[in-house]
Design a protein around this ligand. Structure first.
Ligand SMILES: [Zn+2]
Length: 476
């Protein structure tokens, strides 16, 4: 199984697999009903074609709420498989979800290896980290709701529980705005060199479909609006928000660009306050990601208004001006009850210690050090390890840089400074060079499984991981 459970006690018997295996929703958790129905249907798909192997018509899985195990991790769960059937005990909804995912994997492995039974066993399990994330860039290439749902399905199979949804960048704005119509009318499309128009955006209804689906799976969705850099799609729609307004275009090249939001203009902050109002209503979850990466200060240094803002707040330099801007965004979002995440560049100037930093630069050792010094919690997503747009090996698709399956597996959060501030791990999937769904899942699997295992189980077992991966088959 992946991620590898903490504790498996083999009891030496067999539970013959039935034609139907139905979990029964605990009365106290009616919101689990859709997930349970999905599990029951999933079992039907696993045994479909092998039903001649199956013994007996039907077995019910009992799900028992167990506050008694409350003393340990909130998502702890226990699975008892005996000759007569399966019982699960957990105290949280996700505890039950993870248990059912484990049972699905056990059944899949049994069928894949031609067995008609599960070994009887007692499994006790819980995650090492509460933040087990996967990132998806839908700006460089746009992926519709069905692809995002499939991405969430994959996360469910790996017990990953935070989707970091990168919804804006230089190459496209991806949300319909009812307040600022040009954001999606202009900012969602780019004119490519070959004369075609590329782009798209999600309606509010489509966003809600994704959020509802993620909620059913117990996955937290973190929207990211990248500020103040990576904003050419916003500036193409509203050029007056730049230091030096001109006819900006939604960018077709990849990279880092000098034109970013002018933070010396009060209009910029007013615009963002209004926009965040709309977005926070659309995304009612507890997290919001404000970007903060790769913001060159070229324009700010030339801009009278940015320079005046720097002087007004007696800031030491233009990096500190970004720190001031970051803190302004944090103020707005905290009033709305949000926890704010940002890329680790925000730690380069004094910022609010409540910000959760996504430590991505290089091996992220320096970023963890900075976070530790300032007291910021952080999530590890070092680009030399967990960037899944990097090729997985010589001759494999992806960027020229390589991060192999083993390299991802070998990430060791305990080796970072301020390990007590580390909330977990995340793999990032940037899509400059990923144009379709098939490539997306090729880059994702199986390296995301390696990350998922290391975020779950602190004891590494790479050889075992490879064997279990093979047994599980292609779960994309
Ligand atoms: Zn400016």
């Amino acid at each position: 199984m992946i991620p590898r459970p903490r504790e498996i006690q083999n009891l030496g018997g067999k539970m013959l697999l039935p034609k139907r295996l139905d979990a029964v929703c605990p009365e106290a958790m009616p919101s689990l009903a859709a997930y349970i129905q999905r599990f029951n249907e999933g079992y039907q798909r696993i045994v479909d074609g092998s039903t001649e192997l199956m013994q007996g018509e039907s077995i019910s899985i009992k799900l028992n709420l167990m506050p008694r195990i409350a003393a340990s991790h909130k998502d702890m769960h226990m699975i008892m498989i005996d000759e007569g059937g399966i019982t699960v005990a957990a105290k949280s909804e996700n505890g039950f979800r993870y248990a059912l995912t484990t049972i699905t994997q056990l059944c899949k492995i049994a069928v894949n290896t031609g067995k008609d039974h599960l070994e009887t066993a007692r499994i006790i399990d819980y995650p090492a980290y509460d933040y087990r994330g996967l990132h998806l860039d839908v700006s460089r290439h746009f992926f519709g709701v069905e692809t995002v749902k499939r991405y969430l399905d994959y996360m469910d199979k790996a017990k990953l529980n935070h989707l970091h949804w990168h919804l804006s960048d230089d190459q496209g704005w991806r949300i319909k705005s009812h307040k600022f119509l040009l954001l999606h009318e202009v900012g969602a499309y780019r004119n490519q060199a070959d004369g075609t128009r590329y782009g798209g955006y999600y309606s509010h209804d489509e966003i809600r479909q994704v959020l509802d689906y993620a909620e059913m799976l117990g996955i937290e969705v973190i929207p990211e609006i990248d500020l103040p850099g990576h904003t050419l799609a916003i500036l193409a729609a509203y050029p007056e928000l730049a230091c030096f307004p001109c006819e900006f275009e939604v960018e077709t090249r990849w990279g880092i660009f000098d034109d970013i939001l002018c933070v010396g203009k009060p209009e910029t902050i007013d615009f963002l306050r209004e926009l965040l109002d709309e977005l926070c209503e659309l995304f009612p979850g507890k997290y919001f990601h404000i970007g903060g990466d790769e913001a060159p200060k070229t324009r700010w240094k030339e801009c009278e208004l940015c320079t005046a803002m720097l002087d007004k707040h007696e800031l030491s330099d233009y990096e500190a001006l970004q720190g001031w801007f970051t803190n302004e965004m944090v103020k707005i979002l905290r009033e709305k009850g949000k926890e704010v995440l940002a890329w680790d560049e925000v730690l380069d100037s004094p910022v609010d210690s409540s910000i959760i930093a996504l430590a991505w630069r290089g091996d992220a050792k320096d970023s963890a050090k900075l976070a530790n010094k300032n007291g910021n919690r952080y999530v590890l997503c070092p680009n030399s390890i967990t960037y899944l747009d990097w090729s997985a090996g010589e001759g494999e698709p992806g960027r020229k840089e390589i991060s192999t399956l083993e390299n991802v597996y070998n990430i060791d959060p305990q080796s970072y400074e301020g390990a007590h501030l580390c909330l977990g791990l995340q793999a990032n999937l940037w899509t400059e060079h990923i144009t379709d769904e098939e490539r997306l899942f090729t880059m994702l699997h199986p390296r995301a499984m390696a990350l998922a295992e290391r975020a779950w189980n602190p004891e590494p077992d790479y050889d075992g991981f490879l064997k279990r991966l093979k047994l599980l088959g292609d779960i994309r």
